[in-house]
Design a protein around this ligand. Structure first.
Ligand code: TYD
Length: 133
């Protein structure tokens, strides 16, 4: 079972503006099957609050900042994302919630599975039960 980790991305600094890049299996440990983004989050709102049975993901604060709060079944882990040149790898079967969005923040999420509501574990108690077998 892989662990959550911050992954630094290539960064091409340039007087004309900077550039970062993500390639499948090179910068992230999976092939991207779906990309979505969360934006215009009102102050104080939270997103997520579930786990995925199969999908792993990589989350980048393309703009602004927010916190990603993870639970691996044993402990809570909190990450503050505020740069577009690194992101958080989240393995499957990790409880995850996004909160503390700054004004105009943009959360980019890359994942290796197509959308399927059957992949969601919506209740934390169910997540803990599945985690503990
Ligand atoms: P959801 O994953 O429940 O977002 P959050 O947990 O942050 O509240 O998704 C919100 C809505 O968007 C839900 O109706 C399903 C839909 N959705 C898709 O259709 N495709 C997707 O890839 C995602 C992530 C969500």
């Amino acid at each position: 079972m892989q662990a959550p980790e911050i992954i630094e991305l290539p960064k091409f600094l340039d007087d004309r503006g900077n550039l970062s890049v993500i390639e499948n299996q090179k910068n992230i440990p999976f092939d991207i099957e779906r990309t979505y983004w969360i934006y215009d989050v009102p102050g104080g709102e939270k997103r997520g609050g579930h786990a995925y049975t199969n999908a792993q993901e990589f989350i980048v604060a393309i703009s602004g900042s927010f916190d990603v709060v993870l639970h691996d079944g044993e402990k809570e882990l909190r990450y503050h994302l505020n740069r577009s040149y690194y992101g958080l790898y989240v393995p499957k079967m990790t409880w995850r919630e996004l909160e503390n969005f700054s004004t105009n923040s943009l959360a980019l999420i890359l994942t290796d599975h197509k959308y399927a509501d059957t992949d969601y574990i919506q209740e934390f108690d169910d997540f803990i039960k599945v985690k503990n077998g």
